[in-house]
Design a protein around this ligand. Structure first.
Ligand code: SAH
Length: 501
């Protein structure tokens, strides 16, 4: 079996990577990646994977190609699994062919994992199908940046100028005036539509459509930069009609997510689905307790309780983990009444075969207690598995109505000791539009990490709070959220952001 893989990482959208590529990223021992490969994928690498960056950005070469080839071969000889990750497709202007030849010459087996090339994906995300029966019968992929050591152009401008082919130029921004001129001189109509798509498929995608005659000037005016795909041909006229990605409400908006990394994926995925540039800045981490004796005892005496109230997804997860550790499962609850405070917690229970007897409409402790009273909780024995430190309102309110309440810590949340440099830089660049807070502890910890006075310097950044309790905590720090959903859930929070955007 080959141990070297030339892998396409796709055009940048984290969803545009193949299953095979993911499999190799997850199993490789050495990762050698390029500038245009989405670095999000590196999180799939094994902890012990050696990760090497050899990116080339414009003229700035971290390593010249010959050195990259040498590095791949040297690493490959170790017999370890090498993932050579490139943006888009490895064989489309990726010099993957050259690397393959070097490997063959060195007698090393390799495999290729094609990727979605930017020349197809970036136009598609800009509403431009590269072929369309009304406009063209072919498409050409062309380098806009020929090897400068070549004496003559390999590009046959006469052919490009006379055909009706859609022309897709890679690496062409710097040569745009020359490209436009050559095409017009060789017969392409000056009115032919031309589109430029920068950072295609990513949350920071931008594009514009012009004509061969005006495009160079227009790009200059906009100070247009690489990495961009240039598309020439009638298909570009479909840009407005077929736009879908650029219509996304949060496209290009920077959103900070302060949730614990373990919990953030739901929110992050929804936000990304709406086009947001998500900056994960976990302020809390969810951790095991040092000692689970108390939990074990409570589980073994579970029959004492008539009610078990789960207040969070983590409460469910950690409780079940201990249940499994003792060799028990959901049957232990027997005919007991179970409540879930919120829909996500209810889903977590359903995944374990438990349909909660009570899920409040709104999570405000007073309402919860009211609902529980209607279901006859008064005076009963109630177990609340939850975080070590949490608000006491629910247990207090239940005690007031004569319940015998046991609060059982099953996990704890800790302040993450992260540097705030990256997000402060992003705030400084104006790249952040929203900060989301999904609990009081995210607020408290955020302001442990980011000085409130520093944050105050960016009044244009909008604060989104999940609900009134979190809002109170924000107010304690002197901030008033401009976004608070009616429904105190993650989907509610996202809806409120969409309304605002
Ligand atoms: N192998 C890559 C291309 C590498 S050449 C692929 O198949 O996509 C680098 C050029 O690709 C850039 O200069 C730019 O023209 C183009 N490119 C790569 N990713 C891009 C993106 N997300 N948006 C626009 N252009 C991109």
């Amino acid at each position: 079996m080959a141990n070297v893989f030339l892998v396409g990482a796709g055009p940048g959208d984290p969803g545009m990577v193949t299953l095979r590529a993911k499999e190799i990223i997850e199993t490789c021992d050495i990762m050698i990646y390029d500038y245009l490969a989405n670095v999000d994928f590196l999180k799939w690498c094994k902890a012990e994977c050696e990760i090497l960056y050899v990116g080339k950005k414009g003229g700035d070469h971290t390593l010249p190609q010959e050195k990259i080839n040498e590095l791949i071969i040297e690493k490959a000889r170790s017999g370890k699994i090498i993932c050579r990750l490139k943006g888009g497709d490895p064989y489309v202007f990726g010099r993957g062919g050259e690397e393959g030849e070097e490997l063959v010459e060195a007698g090393i087996d390799f495999e290729v994992v094609p990727g979605i090339t930017a020349g197809v994906a970036a136009p598609a995300y800009a509403g431009i199908p590269v072929t369309h029966r009304d406009h063209t019968t072919s498409v050409c992929f062309i380098t806009g940046h020929e090897d400068p050591t070549k004496s003559e152009s390999g590009n046959n401008w006469a052919v490009y100028g006379q055909s009706n082919s859609t022309l897709v130029f890679y690496m062409g921004v710097g040569n745009l005036p020359m490209i436009a001129k050559n095409l017009m001189e060789n017969g392409r109509d000056a009115e032919t539509p031309v589109a430029l798509v920068r950072w295609g498929t990513r949350c920071n995608q931008t594009s514009f459509v012009s004509t061969l005659e005006n495009v160079a000037e227009e790009a200059e005016k906009r100070q247009w930069k690489a990495p961009s795909i240039i598309i020439v041909g009638g298909v570009c006229s479909l840009h407005d009609k077929l736009a879908w990605f650029e219509k996304k409400a949060l496209l290009g908006k920077g959103v900070i997510v302060t949730r614990a990394r373990e919990q953030a994926s739901g929110l992050v995925n929804i936000l990304q689905g709406h086009g947001a540039c998500v900056h994960e800045f976990p302020t809390i981490s969810v951790e095991h307790l040092d000692d689970y004796n108390e939990v074990e005892t409570a589980i073994l005496q579970l029959a004492r309780y008539q009610w078990v109230v789960f207040t969070s997804v983590n409460g469910v997860k950690f409780f079940w983990e201990q249940l499994a550790a003792i060799g028990l499962d959901s049957r232990i609850f027997g005919g007991m009444q179970i409540a879930a405070i919120g829909p996500a917690t209810a889903e977590e229970l359903k995944a374990r075969g438990i349909i909660p007897d009570f899920v409040p409409e709104k999570y405000v402790a007073e309402h919860v207690v009211e609902g529980l009273l209607e279901r006859g909780i008064q005076g009963q024995d109630v177990l609340i598995p939850r975080a070590r430190v949490a608000r006491e309102v629910l247990p207090e309110e239940l005690k007031k109505v004569g319940c015998n309440v046991t609060v059982l810590p099953v996990y704890e949340t800790k302040l993450v000791q992260a540097s705030s440099k990256e997000i402060e830089d992003a705030m400084d660049k104006g790249a952040i539009n929203y900060v989301t807070f999904t609990s009081s502890s995210t607020v408290e910890n955020f302001f442990e990490l980011v000085n409130p006075d520093v944050f105050r310097q960016y009044p244009e950044i909008k604060i989104a709070s999940i609900g009134p309790v979190t809002t109170k905590t924000l107010e304690r720090f002197g901030f008033t959220p401009s976004i608070e959903p009616e429904d105190y859930t993650i989907p509610g929070l996202v809806d409120a952001l969409l309304m605002d955007a």
